[in-house]
Design a protein around this ligand. Structure first.
Ligand SMILES: Cc1ncc(COP(=O)(O)O)c(C=O)c1O
Length: 389
């Protein structure tokens, strides 16, 4: 079949492939997909029901209802000091569409896209679809964070690939690390000198522990495209509601891509989002407190088991090193673990070659599930014959 060659080359993400291939066990505990086990707050669901009954069941304006743009403008100003006018905000089909619309709008064929890795799985395929060139930056030797030195060196080494966009994602999927304001400020001169656009995916901003989240656009407003949404902050993954926020001239271009990809996001989800952003401003705080407790539990357990992990300061993931005694790839490790214990985690190689040797635990699962998972893990690790591949 002679379908599009780029699409032929790319694959469904490693996260989904691994998740779909998991053994059929009734007692399987999935610490895999980044899916909150918490429920969408009742007042948000009620607003959606009211919207259906009031016949909010037609197309909305392309960029979303004006009421939603205003609510988002106020919310992001209040939470992170972002100064976007309502007309500089597009409501998208989750952060996923926001990433695709942004890259498809910014890139010309051959433009370089800098990506600190290991990274969330969706960026690379979208860069390929948009005919850009991915320039991965290895962060494994710099605490899984981009530093001014590595950025500078990469820019110099890849000048012929026309670096144009830098993707930042913090708090970071899969490592759970985030950046301090000082770390972001240190990157700024290098970014400015190179004139880069920054796609800043801050979908986990509400889940930042022990420090405040600094939105990149507060430092670099002219060329930052801020991506955020309600999937993680309000446990609303299935509503498919995200945002692109950028200076007006960029938004005017993005609006066209967005229109021809999706027209607009669901009117009912927009009604729910208006409620979330006006009367649910503190919902995220309650969820953060719950996730933080779970994070503390998970790191305490990992420490007790003697496993090496990256200390997470955000999101709901911990990146853990495959125990040294296990011979085999991270994919084989995660498969064996799932088969022998019924605990499912994501192999690190799903997040790029330099994630090999590691695995990701999502602790967006219930406390009961986490407790059982760690008790099974402890028993398994104590049986050397079970872990040898
Ligand atoms: C870093 C990152 N960006 C974007 C998304 C997609 O978010 P949404 O569900 O709003 O499309 C995810 C989902 O896991 C993510 O981890």
């Amino acid at each position: 079949m002679r379908t599009n060659q780029v699409i032929q080359q790319i694959q469904v993400s490693g996260i989904r492939r691994f998740d779909e291939a998991l053994p059929q066990r009734r007692d399987l505990i999935k610490l895999t997909v980044g899916e909150p086990d918490l429920k969408t707050p009742a007042h948000i669901k009620a607003a959606a029901v009211r919207a259906i009954e009031a016949d909010w069941t037609h197309y909305s304006p392309l960029m979303g209802f004006a009421q939603l743009q205003r609510a988002a403008s106020n919310y992001f100003q209040h939470q992170y000091g972002l100064n976007y006018a309502p007309s500089e905000i597009i409501a998208t089909v989750g952060a996923t569409e926001a990433v695709a619309t942004t890259l498809m709008t910014l890139l010309n064929p051959g433009d370089g896209v800098l990506l600190p890795t290991p990274a969330y799985t969706s960026y690379e395929p979208v860069v390929e679809i948009a005919q850009g060139q991915l320039i991965p930056i290895d962060t494994t030797n710099t605490g899984y964070k981009l530093t001014p030195q590595t950025l500078q060196t990469t820019l110099r080494q890849h000048a012929d690939q026309h670096p144009k966009v830098l993707i930042l994602n913090y708090p970071t999927n899969p490592t759970g690390v985030t950046y301090t304001r000082a770390e972001l400020e240190a990157l700024l001169p290098v970014i400015q000198r190179a004139g880069l656009f920054v796609l800043s995916d801050e979908i986990y901003s509400a889940l930042t522990y022990e420090q405040d989240h600094t939105a990149f656009a507060t430092l670099y407003p002219t060329k930052t495209i801020t991506i955020n949404g309600l999937s993680k902050s309000h446990a609303m993954t299935g509503w498919r509601l995200g945002f692109i926020m950028a200076p007006q001239a960029l938004i005017n271009e993005m609006k066209k891509t967005h229109q021809y990809l999706v027209t607009s996001t669901s009117s009912i989800s927009q009604a729910a989002a208006i409620e979330a952003l006006t009367n649910g401003v503190t919902d995220g705080d309650q969820m953060r407190a719950i996730y933080q407790q779970r994070r503390d539990f998970v790191i305490q357990q990992l420490t007790k088991l003697g496993l090496n992990f990256i200390y997470p300061t955000g999101a709901f993931y911990v990146f853990v090193q495959v125990p040294a005694q296990f011979v085999g790839s991270s994919w084989e490790f995660a498969t064996t673990l799932a088969e022998q214990t019924g605990v499912a985690v994501i192999p690190g190689s799903s997040f790029g070659a330099n994630g090999e040797g590691w695995f990701r635990i999502s602790y967006a699962a219930s406390q009961t599930a986490l407790t059982t998972a760690f008790s099974r893990l402890a028993t398994w690790l104590a049986q050397p014959q079970a872990q040898a591949n």
